[in-house]
Design a protein around this ligand. Sequence first.
Ligand SMILES: Nc1nc2c(ncn2[C@@H]2O[C@H](COP(=O)(O)OP(=O)(O)OP(=O)(O)O)[C@@H](O)[C@H]2O)c(=O)[nH]1
Ligand SMILES: [Mg+2]
Length: 353
Amino acid sequence: MGNKQTRKRKKTLKAQSKKNKQINKTIKGDRKNEANTISILILGTGDSGKSTLIKQIQILYKDGFSEFEQEKYQKAICVNLKNNTKKLLQFCNMNGIDLLKKNRRIAEEYLSNVDVLNDSLTTEIVQSIQSLWKDPALKSAYSRRNEFTLPDSANYFFDRAGEIGKPDYEPSNMDILNCRIPTVGVRELNFSVRNEKWRIVDVGGQRSERRKWIHHFQDVDLLFFVVAMSEYNQKLFEDERINRLQESLTVFTKTLNDEYLQKKDCVLLLNKVDLFKEKLENFPLSNYFNEFKGENNFEESSEFLKNLFINSAPKNINSIVSHFTCGTDTNNIKEILSFIQNKTNEKYVSEVF
Ligand SMILES: Nc1nc2c(ncn2[C@@H]2O[C@H](COP(=O)(O)OP(=O)(O)OP(=O)(O)O)[C@@H](O)[C@H]2O)c(=O)[nH]1
Ligand SMILES: [Mg+2]
């Protein structure tokens, strides 16, 4: 009896020890993988283009977007389209911008009847949106969008309202890149380039999200800081008294001063270069930044903003390089990521691998 029990115990112990060995092997494997992975953390204020970069990585180095994601973006695109129409109409009302006579009733009905979140995008709603978007009043409100909060891609979707309203509409990659969904929480993406492993972490950039950033500082190899250059004439969504680019600069300096980020390498992505170029024609940079004394052209204005950030970078970081980017342009992002990957590999491959 006693012998039988002892044999049973020995068998259990042996099985346990085998299991422990397996667990240790897995942990060791994970650690090895971790050590071989280059970790990037993307920071920047809300709406600067951080998640758009993650979407580009999905397109470039993964299999694009899953069915679940496509459905999520399709819903968001419809809600944003309805909501942005409402925002433009409200701005017209508040600022005494008169619509064409034929659109006044459409606008009234839209404002009182359309439930942005719950109504589906019917043919009738699409027709109203198309008619309103053609109205010079809405175009005028759109050109003054720096006075209120409207996603940068609103016009892209207004122009595609007919397509979006079709029952079999499926968002293209370009639609998804342009779709705005503010990030809440954290998203991590692992990907490989030429057999090298990378991990990229995307966080929310709005004020309420920033206190979560610190939890991700410790394991960073490379920091991306994204700035929307085109924000120079916009007010902050969270506090309309504050210039958005000024907020970005404050966050940049304060964050890079953190003790955990000392001696880190930073890539400054000066994003939304397309919108920046477009805006300069009507909104010279000197109207918003008194210190800028240059000519109102892209070269001098962009150089000023670049230096504003580079010169404000704390001395304790290891290195900082900058790139002008257009987050929605896949080729542009591919080129810049390849450049960064080559440079980073030169540094980290010898250290990490
Ligand atoms: N025109 C243009 N639009 C851009 C560019 N980069 C990003 N966008 C758009 O800007 C909007 C905001 O981009 P996101 O990537 O969601 O911004 P984010 O930094 O992740 O914002 P949070 O999640 O709130 O922190 C989206 O509608 C993008 O399509 C760009 O270079 N040019
Ligand atoms: Mg985001």
